[in-house]
Write a protein of this length. Structure first.
Length: 737
């Protein structure tokens, strides 16, 4: 009681001896009753004080800045009034009709688990709400806070779900970059609350959860650490269906011994259309047979754009059932509005498992509606057997939660046949639309969609899924900003064009090889004299010294680095570093309710924040003061009933916008920004001698990196924009002479 009294006592403005007293009452000699008057002299550790985390102050600082200055990541959108508290479904247990999927996996192992799947008459269902659904609808912005609130209800009321897809894909990057969360915490916290349903993740083969190839030991190490942290099913794919890129990850899953290897063949084209001969039925059957030989426990048909219509999936699944001996899992998107019918057709053809999302998180670029499909199949011989009332109640929760993410919703509000033109993955659609809006190109979306289709053909009609789809998107955005068409590249109408780094890497073999290879003309145009890689990229990457990397992290972090730190750093070094900076400044922001995290507080609004067991902060914004002469505003709060103040700079005051100088098109002394973005690197300084093709500036626009190179030999006369500054298309970056 004394320890708690001391820890909860707060005296601000002066130093106290409270830390010393806390050490005294924890000292073993003092507690034993053997202390004497020279205890202080004999125990110097009594003066070793652990700095207070002061989480409340850090959270108030975050909320204050957000309340005054808005959230650029949320387009400075603010709700008209505080949101009502969402109704969390109750957690009353429902007896399962059979042992849960995870019980079977843990008790019998992955081989027996695969056999069990094939023996089930009912259609098994994967709920994608916590991963692909929100990646496809709200640009991967769903927070762990909202998942945890309903997690226990999932465990107790839907034990007959086959799996929950809740990790991997873009969530690893986005959780750190935009949500200021640790993705490993999400995995463990959900695992703790949902111990009985299999968790599933999307794994990009040699790209892991990133956008480039990683050394083999990094890929294998990541798989093992994820499996040890609670992941059950690894859906492994390659963005070009280049199977050698999947081998290391597949072998790592099998070596773990307790995890399931679900290998995916990505679907594109139309197997019922004789004019799309490149991706024929034979193409997919051959890939499936090879993946089975490589050790897959389950085959996934990954229809990432929702192109596999009912006739196509019937033909594909029925043929696969005759050709391979492992279960089949069908993943699709509902961008066209037709694909609930595709799932029901797949069920009739014998598919074992299907991906769907709860009603309010379904449709459009997300997955088809789980509630509706289950209701429509009631009484069918393959009835999934899930309780519709429970699914509807869960959907009501997500419908309320979705309103908290209003500024991030950019999916089409209805199905669209446009998907058969551009073949854009559902998960990319919203992200590319966000990128277009961020670059001021939102009004040119139809042009972007058509250019995307043209770029795909320029690259040889490739499989498009992260990261290859991102490359097509990067090239598309470059062409649109430059008012160019794909054909202009081959016609010689786009001289000295600086291609995005991702395009150079892909056509150079950095992602592997597509069937039939790359078109030589565009490859030569992009690479110049650079010789492309034709072997598996991982063969050329030296192993990463994991122990040395962890030791360097330990030194940088001032604490012992763990495997979470190691693999987050290896996947996204700068993003991870920025996340740690946020953690240092504001502590764990995952404890904040979602509206407060994105939009701050409104005057009179109160939030309850649980920062630890038995530790709840009651934060109420009372008023916001007028700015002083230096633009500082004081925000007045009640924190657990006590008055607190925070002072922040109002960034909108006293700020005059200064436009960047524009370059003169055709002036060879002017180096001009080819597209809008942030200056992420300036590689030269005034006086530097430069050679043609030498890197001058790197621009970043929504994760797209573009290197601006020297068009000719010369000398740097003046650098006009610095690292961290924003540039618009046509802005003058550098003057050369």
């Amino acid at each position: 009681r004394m320890d708690r009294a001391l820890r909860e006592f707060r005296i601000r403005g002066v130093k106290t001896n409270i830390p010393f007293l806390e050490n005294v009452i924890e000292d073993s000699t003092f507690r034993s009753g053997d202390a004497h008057t020279k205890l202080i002299d004999s125990q110097p550790s009594l003066f070793s004080f652990i700095p207070k985390r002061d989480r409340a102050t850090k959270l108030l600082n975050y909320l204050s800045d957000l309340t005054v200055n808005g959230n650029p990541g949320a387009k400075n959108w603010r709700p008209a009034k505080p949101f009502a508290q969402p109704r969390i479904p109750n957690s009353t247990s429902v007896p399962p009709t059979s042992p849960s999927s995870r019980e079977i996996l843990l008790n019998q192992g992955p081989e027996a688990f695969s056999k069990w799947i094939g023996e089930q008459k009912r259609l098994l269902c994967t709920d994608t709400t916590m991963r692909d659904a929100h990646q496809s609808l709200i640009a991967t912005r769903m927070r762990t806070f909202d998942m945890l609130n309903i997690a226990e209800a999932y465990a107790k009321r839907t034990p007959d779900l086959f799996s929950m897809e809740m990790w991997g894909g873009a969530t690893f990057d986005t959780s750190m970059r935009f949500l200021k969360e640790d993705p490993w915490d999400r995995l463990r916290e959900l695992r703790e609350r949902i111990p009985n349903i299999c968790f599933q993740m999307l794994f990009r083969g040699s790209n892991a959860v990133g956008y480039s190839n990683y050394p083999d030991n990094v890929v294998a190490g990541f798989v093992k650490h994820a499996a040890d942290s609670g992941m059950d099913i690894f859906r492994i794919f390659d963005s070009l269906n280049y199977l050698p890129n999947m081998r290391v990850a597949m072998e790592a899953v099998r070596e773990h011994g307790k995890s399931v290897c679900e290998a995916a063949v990505c679907y594109t084209g139309d197997i019922t259309n004789p004019n799309r001969a490149k991706y024929s039925l034979k193409y997919y059957i051959d890939k499936a047979k090879e993946l089975e030989k490589m050790g897959a426990h389950i085959l996934c048909i990954k229809d990432m754009a929702g192109l596999c219509h009912p006739a196509a999936v019937t033909k594909l699944v029925s043929t696969l059932k005759q050709e391979i001996g492992i279960p089949i899992h069908f993943h699709t998107h509902d961008t066209s509005g037709l694909n609930a019918a595709s799932i029901m057709a797949a069920a009739d053809a014998g598919v074992d498992i299907a991906d769907m999302a709860l009603a309010s998180m379904s449709g459009s670029t997300s997955q088809p509606n789980l509630n509706s499909v289950c209701a429509a199949m009631g009484g069918h011989e393959r009835d999934p057997g899930l309780d519709i009332e429970t699914l509807n109640e869960f959907s009501d929760y997500w419908e309320e939660i979705l309103t908290h993410y209003e500024p991030f919703y950019s999916a089409p509000r209805s199905g669209t046949a446009e998907v058969y033109l551009h073949e854009m993955p559902g998960g990319q659609y919203t992200n590319l639309k966000e990128q277009a809006n961020g670059m001021g190109l939102g009004h040119r979306w139809q042009e972007i969609a058509h250019t995307y289709a043209d770029v795909n053909q320029l690259f040889g009609d490739i499989v498009k899924v992260t990261p290859s789809s991102k490359v097509v998107g990067d090239m598309t955005m470059l062409l649109v900003t430059q008012d160019l068409k794909a054909k202009d590249l081959l016609n010689g109408n786009a001289p000295n064009l600086d291609f995005p780094e991702s395009v150079i890497d892909m056509l150079g073999g950095g992602l592997g090889q597509p069937d039939g290879g790359w078109p030589k003309e565009i490859q030569k145009l992009v690479l110049g004299d650079k010789i492309p890689v034709t072997v598996r990229p991982g063969e050329l990457a030296p192993p990463c010294d994991l122990d040395q990397t962890k030791a360097e992290l330990t030194q940088a972090l001032d604490r012992e680095a763990n495997n979470d730190d190691l693999y987050s750093h290896l996947m996204y070094p700068q993003v991870f570093s920025d996340y740690l900076d946020s953690l240092k400044s504001f502590d764990r922001l995952t404890v904040l309710p979602t509206p407060a995290f994105f939009y701050g507080l409104q005057i009179g609004e109160e939030v309850h924040v649980d920062i630890g067991p038995g530790k709840t902060l009651f934060i109420k914004l009372i008023s916001i003061g007028e700015p002083d002469d230096e633009g500082r505003r004081t925000l007045f709060y009640e924190l657990n009933g006590m008055p607190r103040e925070c002072v922040v700079i109002d960034k909108a005051l006293g700020k005059e916008s200064v436009a960047n100088l524009k370059g003169e098109p055709g002036n060879h002394q002017h180096i001009i920004a080819p597209l809008p973005g942030m200056i992420s690197e300036v590689a030269v300084k005034p006086g530097d001698e430069i050679k043609e093709g030498e890197k001058l500036v790197v621009l970043e626009a929504m994760k797209m990196l573009t290197t601006v190179s020297a068009p000719a030999d010369g000398m740097i006369d003046e650098v006009l924009l610095k690292k961290g500054q924003a540039a618009d298309t046509g802005d003058l970056l550098i003057i050369v002479k």
